[in-house]
Each structure stands twice: as C-alpha cells, then as structure tokens.
Design a protein around this ligand. Structure first.
Ligand code: ATP
Ligand code: MG
Length: 325
C-alpha cells in the first residue's frame, strides 16, 4: 500500500486489546486484494489515555477529518467515571448517523440499520443520590435521515421492518411515522414490529428479515442478538456512515480477555475492510474478500471462538492466499 498521494486516505485507528491484531489481519487482506490506500495511523484509546491522560485530542479529530474515512479496531473503556467514549466522540464529531450492520450465514442475509446519534444515547443525563435520568431524544430530522438510508438499502434487498416500542414510548410514535412515510415515498414493501417481538423473531425466525431500521439502543441490543444468531461477534462487520465521512469497524469490542494471544477472530475486521472498499466504489475487490472469507469459514479454517484451532494469522493468511490465486 502506498504511503503518499493515494486518492483513498484512510485514518487507521487500531485501538486497544485485540484491535491491533484484527486490524493487522484486515490490512494484509486489503494488500492481497490490491487496494491502493494511503494509511494515516492515529493512536486513540485506553493505551493513549494511560500515557497522556487523554484518549483523544481535538488535533486527532482534525487529522481524521483530513482523511476520507476511518478503519477502526476497538477501544477499551478506561475505568474512569469522567471518561467519555472515543467512539461516541468520533460518531458525533464526524456526524456518523447511520450504523449499518450486515449479518450473513448459510441461508441468512439481513441488515440492521441503527440510528447512531440520538435516542437513548442523547447524552442528556442527570445523576444524583435520589434520582437518575436519561433523556431519550428522537427528532424528525434524525429519523428522516436514518429512514432514507434504510430505504436505500431495502430498495436493493427487499422488505423494510421498522422496529420500535411506540405502544409505550411517545418518542417512538414520531420515529415510526417518519419511517412509514419514507418507505411509502420509496414505494417499498414494509412492516413494523415491537422491539421485544423483534428480539424473539431474530432468534426464532431470522429469515423473515431483510432490512431492519431502528433507534440507537434497540439497534445496539438487537445487533448483538443477531451476531449470536449468525455464529458469533467475531464474524460481524459494520459501517458508520454520515453524509461526508465513514468509519468501518468490527462489531466486537476490544476483548481484553483474549488480547495478545493471537487467537482473535479477524473476520469481522476483514469484512469491515471489504465494506470500506465498497464505500470507495471498489465493489469487485470487496466481493473478492467476501468470497474468500466465506470459503475460509466453510472450510473450517477458524479461530477458537468458532470452535476451530487456527490462529488470527492462519485465518488471515488463508483468506489472503485465496484472494491472490
Ligand atoms: P469492550 O468493553 O471493549 O466492548 P467487552 O467486554 O464488551 O469489551 P467484547 O470485546 O465485545 O467484550 O467481547 C465479548 C466476548 O466476545 C469476549 O469474551 C471476547 O473474548 C469475545 N470476542 C470479542 N471479539 C472477538 C474476536 N474478534 N475473536 C474472538 N472472540 C471475540
Ligand atoms: Mg462490548
């Protein structure tokens, strides 16, 4: 990969825990696929916080904004009540309002589109001895832009399912109305489902879903359920998209329990890199990577989380070789 002058400038945030291990895997596979990227390393996270007292500085965000997108590993949350999440700061700072999480397994293929900037994660909170409150904020602007994203995806994949809890939460009546209006405007097949029923159906009947659109907290929870349904956190990629920037990351966290042992599953990170190539308009390279990953999983070349005995490096090498031949 070239270090200067490429048209695709990527901020590389490996992060903490297994982050660097799985991102190195993704980089090897990108190289094998012939991706021409300019990589800009940015150190953020717990390691950085321990060294300097800040997990991220304003200059970091400025540097990241000189790039087209971010390839992100994972960050450990430091044990400090004053600490503010780096990922949240990036999502806000780059206005990455759409979290796109595709899930696939034999016979299964659906996408969860999660609103990423408001809802229960508004950050409007109060905590004192007697009472603690978190304000759930749903805006028409926020709902409309996520609904538009979801409809664009559903127009290629099938039915849109709007997931909400509007029978209890007034704020969700707004979300539901705007999603319905948007789906009608796109002339798409759509339905809606209460979030509790959606959790049940994801486990019992996941084939019924094509594209789910939902609010921040519900999307967070349902996508971990979905990861379990398709075989594990280590397999699943994600994209965080705004109108200008994007950030690609595996959906798992920094997995401190297995960090440094060379056994982290790199597939979520590798697939996230493929999503990045697709976003850059390199659909053929992205498809090659997906094919190679599917082949490796089907051949049983797998890390221990999938019941295999391969290392991170062995899985990475198998995927990279498959692409090169
Ligand atoms: P964080 O606070 O950074 O989100 P976490 O404690 O929520 O960390 P995750 O990193 O999401 O944990 O991991 C949850 C479980 O899944 C852990 O047992 C971890 O070892 C396992 N896990 C997560 N990612 C992977 C991976 N890439 N390969 C193998 N196992 C993984
Ligand atoms: Mg986690």
């Amino acid at each position: 990969m070239s270090s200067r002058g490429a048209e695709k400038r990527v901020a590389l945030v490996k992060g903490d825990g297994v982050g660097p291990e799985v991102i190195d895997g993704a980089l090897s596979v990108l190289e094998a696929a012939g991706a021409d990227l300019e990589l800009v390393p940015v150190e953020l996270g717990y390691g950085r916080w321990k060294r300097t007292g800040a997990a991220m500085a304003d200059e970091d965000l400025e540097l990241i904004k000189t790039c087209h997108c971010v390839l992100f590993g994972a960050i450990t949350t430091p044990p400090d009540p004053e600490y503010r999440s780096v990922l949240l700061a990036l999502r806000k700072g780059l206005d990455l309002y759409a979290n796109i999480r595709p899930f696939s397994a034999p016979g299964l293929d659906f996408v969860i589109v999660r609103e990423n900037t408001e809802g229960m994660y508004s950050g409007v909170e109060k905590l004192d001895e007697e009472e603690a409150t978190t304000l759930r904020v749903i805006t028409s602007r926020g709902s409309l832009r996520i609904a538009e994203r979801a409809c664009a995806i559903a127009s290629k994949r099938g039915r849109l399912t709007i997931v909400h809890k509007s029978n209890v939460l007034k704020s969700d009546t707004l979300f539901l109305r705007i999603c319905r209006e948007t789906a009608r405007r796109w002339d798409l097949p759509f339905d809606d489902m209460l979030v509790d029923a959606a959790g049940y159906n994801l486990v019992m009947n996941p084939k019924r879903f094509d594209v789910i659109v939902t609010t921040n907290l519900f999307g967070d929870i349902l996508s971990d359920v979905a990861a379990g349904v398709v075989g594990g956190l280590g397999l699943c990629p994600s994209a965080n998209l705004g109108d200008r920037y994007a950030l690609f990351e595996p959906i798992h966290g920094s997995a401190p329990d297995i960090a440094g042992r060379g056994i982290a599953n790199p597939i979520g990170a590798i697939r996230s890199a493929a999503m990045m190539l697709e976003w850059f308009g390199e659909a053929e390279k992205a498809r090659m990577i997906e094919e190679a990953v599917g082949w490796a999983v089907a051949s049983g070349i797998a890390t221990p989380d999938l019941g295999g005995c391969s290392s991170t490096e062995e899985v990475t090498e198998a995927v990279a070789k498959r692409i090169s031949v």
